[in-house]
Design a binder for this molecule. Sequence first.
Ligand SMILES: [Zn+2]
Length: 238
Amino acid sequence: MMERLFDAHTHLGFIEGAYTAAVSVSNTADWPLALVLRAKGMIALSFGVHPWGADCEMPENMYELCAQADAVGEIGMDSVWCKVDMARQRAVFAAQLELAQNLRKPVVLHTKGCEPEIAEMISAYNLPFLVHWYSCETIYSSFLRKNILFSVGPDVAKNPAVQNVAKTIPLSRLMLETDGREGISWSLGLELNPEDVLRSIAQTIAGLRGISVDAVLDATYMNAAKFYNYQVTSGICD
Ligand SMILES: [Zn+2]
């Protein structure tokens, strides 16, 4: 059987065609290219104003862009790697949560340093959420609801907080992600092929849970395909 690999969170610049990928776009200028790639059947797409860009105006056609996307994201807040005023970040995040609710779209979350507040904010919404590369030592209880999924990032072999997610969140709610080439080189200090990185994340998860790598690859593929409503030909996504 063909191996299923799904990168549940990456950015433009990923390697086309080697695996299935969900690409987060935050810049309207990149959207036409992203739509072309999706039309070729290679990717799922999300659109959202990243917390790092929350000090700019939201695009005027935000509603239309998110309506075209498979998910809204990545959106959220960041008190660690970002200097944008927190009140501004919160307002932009809240507006996009409302937008996702109106469109009934799944949401990809960036939570760095703001995990408890985001856990609280999203508890009012019953949408599917993907918490991307969660790396907080505490997994707050409102993240444990079953509509909340987690993607495990490239540093799982060395980051205890990421290992905690990989071990304790049910397999039915886990995905794999690279966060793009920059995510790989930033976290591992190496330029690696994303496909190899996804496989090695799956191997680490399998080791931590005492299950087979195939079980991890199949489950994470199916979880990501369902989350993004990605059309798979084999009918695994019902
Ligand atoms: Zn990202």
